[in-house]
Design a protein around this ligand. Sequence first.
Ligand code: GLN
Length: 285
Amino acid sequence: MTPPTFDALIAAGRGRLREAGLSEANQNALMLMLHAFGDTRAALISAGNAPVPKAVEDAYLAAIERRLTREPVQHILGVTSFYGLDIRTDARALIPRIDSECVVEAALDRMPKDAPLTIADLGTGSGCLLAALLSQRPLARGEGVEASPEAASLARENLDALHLADRGAIFTGSWAGWQGWERADLIISNPPYIASGEIGALEPEVRDHDPLSALDGGADGLDAYREILTLAAGGMKPGAWLVFEIGHDQKSALEGLIAQAGFDSIASGQDLGGKDRWVAARRPH
Ligand code: GLN
């Protein structure tokens, strides 16, 4: 039997993913073949009609099987792109989302390029927000705070792989147990913000594969913000910035909580999909 060509295998994988109702079947089939192939997209395109080596075929079919169980493509690839960085991604932490790139932008707008700032990322997860900020501000130093030891280990791997470990450290522990509140010039956070009752309705890729502790924000989704704001109002440096990722329907609730906590210069913005995605504020002098 002649082995199948790359084009034929990709088409077959695409068909199976599509039959299973997956929305990005075409893109997924291509990405998974690229991963199994282990070369560039250009090389894969020119190999289109060539027979697929058995080892590549086996790796590709195994990847398609994993995807059919609704395991996220980012976990299968083991890496995803965030703010131009390759971030290692697996079940230890929330997958970095494109939506969070605008939160990085909002923080960078509050970080002068020539200042040796100290930053912190509360609930750093994979470390993607911290890594993006450090990569854009070579004079900055920072700390990621992470309660999950598994996520903390992934964040450390990412800082190491991106050569940012000399300026970035990960503290494993709670926000209340962290001692850095007074040091930070800017604190960024993408905390869990989904209301507990809405978790069940999330896509299986999110519900069954992102850590619940990275998603579940309590009865109204706002528990983590309340906790951070209480600690921030007591401990942050005057003039320091707080930048939060938020759920698309949380802007006015968050602005209210932030004003109540005594912060000023409140601003907000949207992601590329036009949804409210961040709120920032400053601890007054
Ligand atoms: N943005 C994520 C989602 O849509 C939620 C992440 C979070 O709770 N911080 O699933």
